[in-house]
Structures are given as C-alpha cells and as structure tokens.
Design a protein around this ligand. Structure first.
Ligand code: F6R
Length: 600
C-alpha cells in the first residue's frame, strides 16, 4: 500500500530511488514521483501510472545525492498526477504511506492560516502541518515530533526539509518503514526488496521513532528526543527473490517455489518428533478455544485450519475477517488464543485486531512471513512461515506456507489433547517427506493450463465444495477473480440449491472440490444438480470416481488429510494464472490492488 524510498549518499540518487521504487511497485502502481535536492532547491517530478512513465521523463543521471520517491495506491483523491506524491508545502516535501484520519479538521485550520492546497490528499495536509509547526518550533526534529502527535491514523513518512540539503528525515506509526545502511549510502524504504541491490543491513523503526540520515551517518531518536542504540539487522534472504529468474511472471515463479517453501517451513519446526514441535513452538497447552483473525487469503487459511483443528484436536475455532473482528463484541476468555495470520505482518485491520486482543489481555500468536514486521513484533508469540519475499500481489507460496504451519499446529494441539498418538504422527511425517516431490509434480503438470484455456472466456465461474473443500474453494475463487477479473463465487456445495443455483446456465464452469471421503457422496449429488442444469463441471478430487458426472477431472495424489489441502490448492492457482494470462491481464499487479494493505 504505497512504496517509499529515500537515499542519501556519495552516489547520484535518482537511479537508486527509481530502482527501489521498481522493487516496491507491487505495493501500489497508480502513480509515482520523486523529489531531489538539486543545486540548493528541491525538484519534484510526478507521473500518473506506472514507474515506467516516470522513468521516461526524468534524468537518471541528475546531479543530486539526496532524494525521496513514492509509488502510490490511491486513498485520498483520484490516481492522477496532482495527487501523486511527493507533496510540498513551504519548506517541507514529503512522501507518505498510510492514512491521516483527521486531515479534514487539520486542513480547515491550515486554510485559515493561509495555506493553499493543490491536491485532494491527506499527505499535502501533513506537509503543510509540518511547515506550520516549524514556523513556531524552528527545529525540524521537534516539528516532526509535535506534528506526529497532532495526527490520528497511520503513516510512514520520508521528509525533505528544504534548508537542510544534506539530511533525509523519516518517521512511522503503524505503517512499515526500514532504514538501511550500506557502503553506498543510507536509505529509507517501505520494504526490504527496495534496498537489497545495495545492502542487506537495516534498522527497524518503532512507532514514532525519527531517523535522521546523512551521507555518512544514521541517527535514530525516539519520540522523547533521546538517541536510540538500534541493532543493525541483516536480511537473510537473497537478491534472487526479487527477480523473475526466467519466469514470465512473479506469480508463476512463486508457484514454482512452493516445494522448497513447504520444505523450509515444515523443517524449521518439525523433524517428525513431537519434541521438535515442543521446542520450536510456544507452549499452547492451556488454550481451549481459538480465534483466527486475518484478511483475504490469510483468512482463507484460517478456514482450512478451523476444519482441521476442530476435527483432529476437537477444539472450537472461530475464524473472522479482521476488519469485522476489530469492531465486534468478542466472546473470548483466558483460555482463548487469538491467532493472527498475515504474510506482510503489516495489514492494518489484522494489526488492529491483534491490538484489541492484547488490550483485552488475551494471548496472541502471529503467523507471519515478514521478519520484524509490526504484527510479528507486537504479538506475544510468533511463528514465521518461510516463504521468502513474495512479490506477486496475489499470494500463492505464502498461502501454502500458512497452510503448512496450520498442519503442524493441528498435530501439536491434537497431541496435547491426546487425540493423536506417536504412531499416527509418524505416519503423517512419512507423507510430509513425500510432499515436496508431489508439490513439484503438480506444479509442473501442464494439464491445468488446458483447463484455464477452456474456461477463460466465461463471465461467471463457480467453485463449490463442502467443509474444508469449501474453504479451499474460497481461495480458488479469490485467486481467479483478483487476477483475471472474472466474476467468481465460492459456495458450500449443499447450499447452492437455496438460491444461487439459479445463476447456473448452459456451459457455466463449476469447479467442484471433493477431497474429504466422508462427504464425497453428498458433494457428488450436488455436482449432479448443477450438471443437470447445464454446468460444465471440473471435478477436483483424490479418488477416481466410478461414474462420469463431470467434464474434466483433476486427480490429486492422496496424502494424510492434515496435508491434503496443500496439494489441492496448487491446480487452482495454476488455472487462475492461465486464465489471467489468456485474458492478457497484468498478473503480478492486478488493477486496484496492492500487496500490503496498511490502511483500514
Ligand atoms: C490475495 C491476497 C490478499 C492478502 C490479504 C492479507 O491473493 O494476497 O487477500 O491475503 O490482503 O494480506 P496479509 O497476509 O499480508 O495480511
């Protein structure tokens, strides 16, 4: 949700900032802009649309060594050039990620004080506020501190103060921002990929910290003006994560990484023995109820987890979308564990749900990909998935890794409640060992692309299933609609006849999932109901049926049910990919979306 990059150092800044923005373009791609110090003044360049447009219109070799850049996902005001960042008011030019909730009140006061606004953005109001406060404080640090306390909302800010040509300022509250340091100079960025070309050393900023970056130094202050001694962290991943490595899209590359991601995620915590889980996971033996809270695909992994944990550990699991959960009455007690699931670890609603649970004194466990992200830092416990950097806006490998962690948590809870024995765990582990190969076979199977070819011209596509297959249908459907823009609905197979079946017409594709043996006959009856109304059925199952009630079949190798979903989702990812490719959609950057949703 908007990408910020800033650089100060001995090298020229423009190409470095543009490079960083390109690496962050997955965070937003409505417009882009850059502001640089040039011969004592600040020059700003902005363009609507992709960074490519901006790149064509600026001098990459401009004689400047300090600047800030931004790629936008519009919140306040249309995605046009005027609303694009950076924004300038008086002596301040800024880039911003987040939302300033009280910007209208602030704007009214600032208008009375003679400020004139060109854009519709909350960011320009923030720039004016800084300028206004500075007139009184006459000190940049104090100005930033005071202004940040006057605003409600979330922000990561890169700030140029026009009188300090050698200094870049940055601060944050509930929006991600790192400060990186390398031989080539110092950087600010919304996320690690922006700086990996230049350095893998970075500092994390806590809420309301202020970083002051110069050519040769980085000083970080807390909100009380005290200098902090921060640990310089090293990013363990590699540069290749940010490159397509011969794949046409990041999404396809990331689908192909899933065998390794599964292996790394599982083996970071589990060697087949329950002792390894006891050692690597927090002690969760006291909890009797679970709330899983997340957004989008991460929420869908919670639905899969509900089915598994309720069946194998016989514990009640309540799964909720974070944007609803945060404003609702909660019925948890001291025996409830709240699990937050988030790839980015920065999703605003999930973070707010975490804070709500913490305020209520409830223990929280985060399942997160991005190390050091806000959710990871604030939760009582964290389990990292090992997906590596995920660039495609539509998640695939992080979703699969979240499922892998939930498989382990199911085993862990079930064992603690004496519902799984060592022999059964050994059997599951035998299947775990086979999984990377099975994942690879599915990922390499070209037949799923043919199904994509058969359905891509349709306007409506249905996914149906029962129980865990319904949870997977939800993800299959989301994947398809977000990247191919085809209207798609996931429905509980048995519920369809209570209304929605009226949408089924001759040739409507219905992707029907049936991997749960106990429910297969029931699902097959529901499939026959849609087939009788003309649907073209793509049947996804683990068992070859004796009769032919489908048009296409996807037969998935059978593994222990605790692991099965991990295999079932992959063909759905591949079908969506192929549909979007046939429709010539922008697969890695679907319209209206951004990777990390740091606004409410
Ligand atoms: C869909 C997708 C989104 C995210 C959701 C939560 O492909 O990626 O639905 O799953 O925005 O994001 P995180 O996991 O970062 O909290």
């Amino acid at each position: 949700m908007c990408g910020i990059v800033g650089y100060v150092g001995k090298d020229k800044c423009v190409s470095k900032i543009i490079h960083g923005l390109e690496a962050l373009e997955y965070r937003g791609y409505d417009s882009a802009g850059i502001a640089i110090f040039n011969k004592g003044k600040v020059d700003t360049f902005k363009e609507q649309g992709r960074i490519e447009n901006l790149k064509k219109r600026i001098d990459l070799e401009a004689e400047s060594h300090l600047g800030i850049g931004h790629t936008r996902w519009a919140t306040h005001g249309e995605a046009n050039k005027i609303n694009a960042h950076p924004h300038t008011q008086g002596k301040f030019t800024i880039v911003h990620n987040g939302i300033i909730e009280n910007y209208i009140e602030l704007k009214q006061d600032l208008l009375k004080n003679g400020y004139v606004f060109l854009s519709e953005t909350d960011t320009e109001v923030m720039a004016a506020l800084l300028d206004f406060v500075y007139k009184e404080e006459k000190d940049v640090l104090k100005t930033i501190q005071k202004s940040c306390k006057m605003i409600r909302g979330s922000f990561a800010l890169g700030i140029l103060f026009h009188d300090n040509e050698d200094t870049l300022y940055a601060t944050r509250l509930s929006s991600p921002l790192i400060v990186a340091s390398g031989e080539e100079g110092n950087f600010i960025a919304s996320d690690v990929p922006a700086i990996l070309e230049f350095t893998n050393k970075y500092y994390l900023l806590d809420d309301l910290d202020i970083a002051v970056l110069k050519n040769e130094s980085v000083t970080i202050y807390n909100q009380y003006n005290e200098v902090l001694k921060k640990e310089l962290l090293t990013f363990e991943g590699n540069m290749e994560a940010g490159q397509k490595q011969g794949f046409e899209h990041f999404m396809l590359k990331e689908i192909h990484e899933q065998d390794n991601v599964f292996y790394e995620t599982i083996h970071s915590y589990f060697d087949g023995s329950i002792d390894s889980l006891k050692q690597n996971f927090p002690d969760l033996s006291n909890f009797k109820k679970i709330d899983i809270v997340a957004c989008g695909s991460a929420y869908h992994t919670g639905l899969v987890a509900k089915s598994l944990i309720e069946e194998y550990a016989v514990m009640p699991v309540n799964v909720e979308v974070a944007s609803e959960y945060r404003y609702k009455q909660s019925f948890y007690d001291n025996n409830t564990l709240v699990i937050l699931v988030s790839q980015s670890g920065e999703t605003a609603d999930t973070l707010a749900a975490l804070r709500k649970a913490k305020t209520d004194g409830i223990t929280t466990l985060a399942i997160v990909n991005v190390v050091g992200s806000s959710i990871a830092r604030e939760a009582d416990h964290v389990i990292y998935i090992k997906a590596g950097i995920e660039i495609a806006v539509a998640t695939t490998k992080a979703y699969l890794a979240q499922l892998a962690i939930f498989s382990l948590l199911t085993i862990y809870f079930a064992y603690q409640r004496k519902l799984l024995k060592d022999e059964q765990i050994n059997k599951i582990y035998e299947d775990i060992k086979k999984m990377p190969n099975l994942i690879r076979q599915i990922v390499d199977n070209q037949e799923y692309f043919m199904i994509g070819d058969k359905v891509f011209q349709h306007q409506n596509i249905f996914f149906i299933g029962r129980d865990i297959d319904y949870a997977l249908s939800m993800e299959g459907s989301l994947k398809l609609k977000e990247i191919s823009y085809i209207n798609s609905v996931a429905y509980q197979a048995g519920e369809l006849k209570h209304g929605t079946i009226s949408l089924i017409e001759e040739d409507t594709p219905v992707i029907a999932l049936s991997t749960k043996d106990e429910l297969r006959e029931k699902t097959i009856s529901n499939i026959k109901e849609v087939k009788a109304r003309g649907a073209k059925v793509i049947y996804v199952t683990t068992e070859m049926p004796k009769e032919k009630f489908y048009d296409e079949i996807i037969l998935i190798p059978r593994v222990h049910p605790i692991l099965q979903s991990i295999l079932v989702i992959i063909p759905l990812q591949l079908i969506s990919y192929k549909v979007a490719k046939n429709k010539d959609c922008d697969i890695d950057k679907p319209r209206n979306l951004a990777k990390s949703v740091t606004v409410e």
